[in-house]
Design a protein around this ligand. Structure first.
Ligand code: GRF
Length: 218
């Protein structure tokens, strides 16, 4: 059976969605760079091995990256899943895992890479916002996109209400993307573009839920 390692820094709701999704893989470990991450207890309660590689214990970023690489490789995972992992990883780390490293980002990339995506979406006045799962490359939040979900931006939205609407979609698309990876459905064409060989009933590559105003305000 294939195995995955999930990296977190905090709450761990995406990690939980992955653990609940009955993916065709064993979660070999959940690793956090923060000992206080709430997701660690959640993972333990589900019987998953947890580890902490505290970035504050390392003077140089490269040392942290090397320690993290070593911990991950001990588990020999087929895929490394960044689920709210809030450290920028160095080029060496990314190259080491390239092609087997996925991230979820709370915007419709390439819009709003980096932090505070919901605040920036509101400030920009976009009517549609969302989330993206992508392969990680050395270009920050710029790797090949696997799946995206769109949500409306509603009148009266705050950063929090918009974030919650996006998060609900993150929990749908991340398990889907990981499942596609594990099933061998993600391929890179000769031109370097990602081809998703998805079954027709997968709901398409773009999930765009038609939320009514009432549902969105729930
Ligand atoms: C998510 O919005 C994710 O897209 C972003 O950080 C947040 C993590 O949430 N990178 P959680 O820890 O998965 O609940």
């Amino acid at each position: 059976m294939k195995s995955i390692v999930i990296l977190i820094s905090g709450r761990g709701s995406n990690m939980e969605a992955l653990l609940q999704a009955r993916l065709p893989a064993r979660t070999a470990a959940v690793i956090s760079n923060r000992p206080e991450a709430a997701g660690l207890a959640l993972a333990s309660s589900r019987g998953v091995t947890t580890e902490v590689v505290d970035h504050r214990a390392f003077e140089a970023r490269e040392r942290f990256d090397a320690a993290l690489t070593e911990r991950i490789e001990r588990a020999r995972p087929d895929l490394v899943v960044l689920a709210g992992f809030m450290r920028v990883l160095g080029d060496e780390f990314v190259r080491h895992f390239e092609g087997r490293l996925l991230n979820i980002h709370p915007s419709l990339l390439p819009l709003f890479p980096g932090l505070h995506t919901h605040r920036r979406a509101l400030a920009a006045g976009v009517r549609v916002h969302g989330c993206s799962v992508h392969f990680v490359t050395t270009h920050l939040d710029g790797g090949p996109i696997v799946i995206q979900a769109a949500v409306p931006v509603l009148l009266g939205d705050s950063e929090e209400t918009l974030a919650a609407r996006v998060l609900a979609q993150e929990h749908r698309i991340y398990p889907q993307a990981v499942r596609w990876f594990l099933e061998g459905r993600l391929h890179f064409g000769a031109d370097g573009r990602l081809v998703v060989d998805a079954p027709e009933d997968a709901g398409g590559f773009l999930i765009a839920p038609a939320l009514s105003q009432a549902e969105a305000n729930d």
